[in-house]
Write a protein that binds this ligand. Structure first.
Ligand code: 5GP
Length: 201
């Protein structure tokens, strides 16, 4: 039976970026809940797992030595060192899941996303807040961060938003339900692109 999503022999790779507080986590959760053939990419990291984090769900937790071996073996689509710890996107995880007909969503900052340009065929989606003031308010509601930290993050958000021109789609998240409908439509449209039909062969 034809489905709304999941008719291809190979999944589509999506790269999503958004400033913290724009609502990307909620939107992706809605999508993976509705469609079991949409999954999030699981990265490798050398940092310690936090309480409640699950191996293979939140990250694959590996040692620095193992990570460096993966760099040498070219098993990472991209990687970065953040606060002394390595983080990287697994090439084999992504390609295996795409071959299993899953649409894979990689959530990554704009710098990481730009490193992937030209390396792997993907659809780039940016989620924006309606205004920076809304973002400030959303950060305040989340609490436990100081006003100084909020201003620092807003400055970073402004920098990230300059990169929107390098994305295929932008969703301005004014209303969650509407944004979700738009996101879903993008996934459906991308799956139906003629270039992706080659996987039917
Ligand atoms: P956390 O330790 O809080 O889970 O993540 C720290 C930072 O690492 C976040 O900014 C997160 O987006 C980034 N990060 C997580 N996975 C990857 C990855 O695979 N590649 C890159 N470049 N950054 C990542």
């Amino acid at each position: 039976m034809q489905k709304l999503l999941g008719n291809l022999n190979k999944g589509v790779f999506f790269i999503m970026s958004a400033p913290a507080g724009a609502g990307k986590t909620t939107l992706i959760r809605m999508l993976t809940k509705e469609f079991d053939n949409v999954i999030e990419s699981v990265s490798f990291t050398t940092r310690e797992p936090r309480k409640d984090e699950i191996e293979g769900v939140d990250y694959f937790f590996i040692s620095k030595e193992e990570f460096e071996k993966k760099i040498k073996k070219d098993d990472l689509l991209e990687y970065a060192k953040v606060f002394d710890h390595y983080y990287g996107t697994s090439k084999s995880f992504v390609t295996n899941k795409l071959n299993e007909k899953k649409h894979v969503v990689l959530v990554i900052d704009t710098q990481g996303a730009m490193k992937l340009k030209g390396k792997i065929e993907s659809t780039y989606i940016f989620i924006s807040p309606p205004t920076l003031d809304t973002l400030r308010e959303r950060m305040r509601i989340r609490a436990d961060i100081s006003e100084d930290e909020i201003e620092k993050r807003l400055k970073w958000a402004k920098e990230e938003m300059k990169q929107i021109v390098n994305y295929d789609y932008n969703i301005t998240n004014i209303d969650l339900q509407t944004s979700y409908e738009v996101l879903k439509s993008i996934f459906i449209a991308e799956e139906h692109k003629v270039k992706n039909l080659k996987y039917w062969e």
